[in-house]
Design a protein around this ligand. Structure first.
Ligand code: ATR
Length: 282
């Protein structure tokens, strides 16, 4: 029987995940279907009910996108289910597997590892020993923390409009990464500081404005990475003005997080280069 997978979101119509997973399945010869499913936002436990219905129809796994990643975290964290350590640290789940290893609902988070893999394997940017600046302290930033620190940077600074939220993230990783150099600051504190890699995890781009960043922020050869996708986000336009050497959006992260989910479900790691070309022809 063909195995069934889906992505839950609201809205979900523009999701690229069905095309990405269909391409992975074709390339690896895996017999599966992958559809987009709209889960309700106006009903209490609407997300959990949507997942239950999909499992009852024979669903084997699902991706989870906005605004359900915290709901998925709660579901996989319920007694009898299981969260991976990286999902626990992220406080959010983007990948669910149903009935794997006898666990009804396993929750994982592949977003952060997708980001790191895009930077290291695809863009050729080694993070070991680098000075990294993470902009934002919401769900997207929290999801990236563990994998970024696992890569062994010299320093990770978290800058946020609300500094207290950045400070909370610093405290969160103190237990999991006790030797890491992690700090919190406001955007105004960045004057005079230099970073090798600057990652935008704020949603400021959605409002069409970049966060205020000072001249001199990017070290020579500096990398600007926007977790949003879109060729010319306000953050990337600003990064070009500030002299960043490599400027990239989050499309590669989207493909890599999908590949990591696919590998969890199917035990096969798909080649992501062909799918990148499919989504963004040269
Ligand atoms: P997500 O899950 O996408 O991370 P979120 O949890 O709502 O969404 O977090 C949004 C992030 O973008 C936060 O860091 C937020 O800053 P605050 O914590 O100060 O609210 C940041 N953000 C949103 N709009 C912004 C703007 N116009 N300028 C700067 N930061 C902004």
């Amino acid at each position: 029987m063909t195995d069934r997978y889906c992505v839950f979101g609201n809205p979900i119509g523009h999701s690229k995940s069905p095309a990405i997973h269909a391409a992975f399945a074709a390339a690896t010869g895996q017999d599966l279907t992958y559809e987009a499913r709209l889960a309700p936002i106006d009903a209490a436990d609407g997300f959990a009910a949507a997942v239950q219905a999909f499992v009852a129809e024979g669903g084997r796994g699902a991706n989870v996108t906005v605004p359900f990643k915290e709901d998925a975290y709660r579901l996989a964290g319920a007694p009898g289910n299981r969260l991976t350590p990286r999902a626990q640290l992220a406080g959010a789940v983007n990948t669910l597997a149903f009935g794997m290893d006898g666990v009804p609902v396993l929750g994982d988070n592949t977003d952060g590892v997708g980001l790191v893999r895009d930077l290291t394997d695809f863009l050729g940017v080694s993070l070991a020993g680098k000075r990294i600046l993470l902009l934002g302290a919401g769900g997207a930033a929290r999801g990236a923390l563990g994998p970024l620190l696992d890569a062994g940077p010299a320093e990770l600074a978290i800058a946020n409009r609300t500094v207290a939220k950045a400070q909370t993230l610093v405290e969160l990783v103190a237990a999991s990464h006790p030797r890491a150099q992690v700090s919190a600051c406001a955007f105004a504190d960045l004057a005079g500081r230099r970073f090798d890699v600057v990652i935008n995890a704020t949603s400021a781009s959605l409002q069409g404005e970049p966060v205020p960043l000072p001249a001199g922020l990017y070290a020579p050869g500096g990398v600007a990475y926007d977790m949003m996708y879109g060729a010319d986000t306000p953050f990337l336009a600003q990064a070009r003005q500030l002299g960043a050497a490599i400027c990239t959006d989050g499309l590669g992260m989207l493909v890599e997080q999908a590949a990591e989910a696919f590998a969890l479900w199917r035990g096969v790691r798909p080649d992501t280069a062909a799918v990148r070309r499919l989504l963004r022809p040269a």
